[in-house]
Design a protein around this ligand. Sequence first.
Ligand SMILES: Nc1ncnc2c1ncn2[C@@H]1O[C@H](COP(=O)(O)OP(=O)(O)OP(=O)(O)O)[C@@H](O)[C@H]1O
Length: 600
Amino acid sequence: MSTIQQLKNFIRHGKQARAANFNEEPARKHDSAPQAPKSPVTTMPDSEPQLGQAPQVQPVNVYSEAPGDAQNRAAQAAHAAAHHVEPAQQVQNKTATKSKRVDESNLAKLIAEENASKSKFPRYPGLERWELVEKMGDGAFSNVYRAKDLQGDLGEVAIKVVRKYEMNNMQRSNILKEVQIMRQLDHPNIIKLVEFAESRQYYYIVLELAPGGELFHQIVRLTYFSEDLSRHVIVQVAKALEYLHEEKGVVHRDIKPENILFNPIPFVPSKVPKPKQPGDEDKVDEGEFIAGQGAGGIGQIKIADFGLSKIVWDNQTMTPCGTVGYTAPEIVKDERYSKSVDMWALGCVLYTLLCGFPPFYDESIEVLTEKVAKGQYTFLSPWWDEISKSAQDLISHLLTVDPEKRYTIREFLAHPWVQISGPTPMEEKKKPDFVLRAFDASKFEEAGKRYDFRSPGAVNLREVFDVGYAVHRQEEEGKRRQQFGVKGGQGKYLGGLNEEDEDEHHMEIDGQGGDQKPQHGTQSLEQSMRKTNIRDQEQARGRDRERANERGYGQHSAAITAAARQQVRDRNRQKGPFELNLGNATLLGKRGKKIPAMEA
Ligand SMILES: Nc1ncnc2c1ncn2[C@@H]1O[C@H](COP(=O)(O)OP(=O)(O)OP(=O)(O)O)[C@@H](O)[C@H]1O
């Protein structure tokens, strides 16, 4: 059996096993997002969180009150586990008799599932207004829940619960900056901030809900998108960037498929399914594209996660942020560099949507770093053969190494490929009628099995984006510093919200408040990669600093590589056993036998 086949089998096996674990999860609803009111900030009274409590062992007589109830079964199970007693022996009713036949391993599985699905949400002080319904995602210091408003008419929201107590001062202040930036934003393609509150141990960021979740999963599901669907998605991301760049003076700096969320729409099956391309065996039908609405169940796009974003100019005074009374050419250039990082990311996302694998990939992070830095990518045959030259032309203007030559958001939006609208109303008329199915969660969850967010291949795509973008951001900042002749720190003229982000003097290490000397090379990379273990990175940073000093300013790719490698290691460790790095097995494997990285 070939290595790729072995990997595929492994992934398939792993996916099945993990999908089975999700079968007991409550089905996701796909309601429309609530209207976000003005964003008050609330500080909750100090009270201890009830996190980490052992599940309560219920008295036996509680069980008979609601036989069959999931929580009750969980309680029975917890009781049984605590007392080494088979719960069926304790309960003299039909359910109990039935459960005698359940073998122990099944019971244990049931317990775990029930506990996971019902008792997993801690009661957070200050969040009483909301009923946590489902965990939708997580970050290094946070969990994101879908929640229902129990007291008002806000409907469903997403609540990001950030564990303050795990964060140092710099990380806390970055969260506050994120909220501060989000508070100023109001655009249909950007997740709105509904409310911000905090207790002693947590920040609560209440957000407009994007019920479809991450675009990332849809790439995994659909393998790649048609040009129409890709355009539908990328233009909305671009509209959000246009608003950020042109109206708000904000750069996002973390545009990637996992930060692009969406509202679902009804799936319209293809009347005439497209013939499968080589390597498309697993491709799911994306359905009919409806202009202005979308396809494949993907409707309105919403960008999220402003954790790395920053303000590059003040939209009140229309001046670069933090400067008073002058706007030197290099400041203008700096602003352009910052925005150009988002444009690079836009190119990476568009490339990935159209073909199903990222433009830059290599199993070796050293080589990946170099490919990103040099802009080495190709439109690989046969995967790109059917994709229009116009789309390729647009991508090549985005994946341009020189940020001054790279397309701006305006140039992007004026490109002919973007200007093409979907099928004209005339063409729409010619199509035979098709049945509009109501949105069906199973389309996204494949007959009740939710797509595994942590499949090795999926993680691999995340890593490629993370490493690629971070490397690129670092390169941009290197160029910027070279341009300004700045030797230490960066962006000192950027004030206000960006101060701490850019200020490397007060980096708290390991929660002990140790000060760091200003460093360049890896530091902004590390800051931009938030999911890092600062203590672990210290060693790498020390080595990187030495190397960077030896080689001189601007030649810091080894330092970037070491930090990027460390970041991937940390990330794998944090995400647990499912996040194995198995190379490009899933996403690239899905597109055929050859691996692009080996050909590029
Ligand atoms: N408004 C939302 N609607 C639906 N899902 C959301 C929303 N916000 C976040 N999520 C889910 O939670 C995940 C994590 O959210 P987010 O990226 O904002 O958190 P984070 O702590 O900043 O994560 P990271 O450390 O990866 O940046 C998202 O990728 C998404 O799956």
